[in-house]
Design a protein around this ligand. Structure first.
Ligand code: GLA
Length: 427
């Protein structure tokens, strides 16, 4: 957040509409990360695309196809990099078959190219899956400081801490246990011997820490795992509408990886995506993730960019808004009352911008095309000061680049499962 809030923001703050949460102050994640995750890329989620060579191939693809230049610089290894046993000295180790040169060498290779490396562990005694191997992969239980020190010594930039293993058998005081464990991991990561600031994704922490989660984590998962399915996307949106905690610089509400273009085919056929959603649905996914300032972590095959991947992931106007932290993230403000089942089907998402304009995403979750709108007078409380029935705005479509003007309201015909994504600026 900038030291001098805009007039629009100052008015909103004064009206008590925005409550920027105190965020973890470890100096990383001041803007929501953009990057790539090994989870799901090579077939259905559960079989990571995760060896030393595969990670380098993904990195080379990001560098070659322009995504790295646009900010997609974090390469995040999911539940797949670690060996099935600790060393005799009790340290976590990498899987030597998958990472023969080791994690520090991979970190150095990525850093030399301006990229960053993430690893995964669990707060419990095992990770959530074995990454396609036979056994159980150890989690960090009983070793939080040791593992944080190890990651720092390897020059890792990002640590994802999941909630799997014995901790899943929640005792009666499970919420307190979860809160304690995530706080302890947060402490461990900020106090490593190497003094290295590492981005902390505390996967399940919001369940235990609720509104205090931004103080301890650079990101927390806002909802269930994202899969390449429309019904799952709607489950995530519903959870965020009901329970979402907004992000702020240094502490982001993470909607989970992006499935843009399709997560891969069950047979792992090279170069194929087997999309589980339509292009219209991927457009909605990307715009909703972006307006909420979720980290944008692609979990599809970036070596084989499809048309929708190129169009969305490289949309520079949306990326610029996503990285702009001068105002709080966007949020769901309600439904278009003219629309049948408005709250459920004709959703209005709004982000006030620093220049007095507003980013509006009209999301049609219904089964048929519909006319969706936002009436400035009716929604005045959620819009920048001065938006009313006679406000004339310049309308700039973030997807098509078309421009027009409107007075007192903005309306558009929106495809089933699609969005209209526009910036409205008073003229
Ligand atoms: C959990 C997490 C996923 C992924 C898998 C790996 O399901 O929520 O994001 O990390 O574990 O096993």
């Amino acid at each position: 957040m900038s030291a001098t809030p805009s007039l629009a923001m100052a008015a909103l703050l004064a009206a008590g509409m925005l409550q920027p949460a105190a965020a973890l102050d470890n100096g990383v994640g001041l803007t929501p990360p953009l990057g790539w995750s090994s989870w799901c890329d090579d077939g259905r989620c559960g079989r990571d695309y995760c060896t030393e060579n595969e990670t380098k191939a993904a990195a080379e693809a990001l560098l070659a196809n322009g995504l790295a230049g646009l900010g997609y610089r974090w390469l995040l290894l999911d539940d797949c990099w670690a060996a099935e046993a600790r060393t005799a000295a009790g340290q976590l180790a990498w899987d030597p078959a998958r990472f023969p040169a080791g994690i520090p060498a991979l970190a150095a290779w990525l850093h030399a190219r301006g990229l960053k490396l993430g690893v995964y562990t669990s707060a419990g005694n095992a990770t959530c899956s074995n990454g396609g191997r036979g056994g159980v992969v150890p989690g960090s239980e009983g070793h939080y400081q040791r593992d944080a020190d190890t990651f720092a010594a390897w020059a890792v930039d990002y640590v994802k801490v999941d909630w799997c293993g014995d901790v899943k058998n929640m005792p009666a005081d499970g919420v307190a246990v979860g809160a304690r464990d995530y706080k302890n991991f947060s402490e461990a990561l900020t106090h490593t011997g190497a003094g290295r600031a590492m981005y902390f994704e505390a996967v399940a922490a919001v369940l235990f820490l609720r509104s205090s989660v931004p103080q301890y984590a650079n990101a927390w998962r806002a909802a269930v795992d994202h899969h390449d399915e429309w019904s799952n996307l709607m489950d995530i949106i519903r959870t965020v509408q009901l329970l979402g905690i907004p992000g702020s610089p240094g502490a982001w509400s993470y909607m989970d990886v992006l499935m843009t273009g399709g997560q891969g085919c069950p047979d792992g056929a090279p170069g194929s995506h087997c999309p589980g959603m339509t292009d219209t649905e991927y457009v909605s996914e990307f715009n909703l993730w972006a307006i909420m300032q979720s980290p944008l972590i692609v979990a599809t095959d970036v070596r084989n960019m499809t048309g929708v991947m190129n169009d969305l992931l490289k949309n520079q106007r949306i990326l610029a808004l996503h990285q702009d932290t001068r105002t709080p993230p966007g949020r769901f403000i309600g439904g278009d009352s003219k629309c049948i089942f408005g709250e459920l089907t004709c959703q209005q998402w709004v982000r006030v911008l620093a220049d007095g304009g507003v980013w509006v995403v009209l999301f049609n979750a219904g089964a048929t095309s519909a006319r969706l709108g936002i009436d400035f007078a009716q929604r005045a409380a959620s819009l920048p000061p001065g938006f009313n029935a006679s406000t004339r705005v310049a309308v700039s479509d973030l997807l098509s680049s078309a421009t027009t003007t409107a007075i007192g309201q903005w309306e558009a015909t929106v495809l089933s499962h699609g969005v209209s994504s526009v910036v409205l600026t008073p003229m």
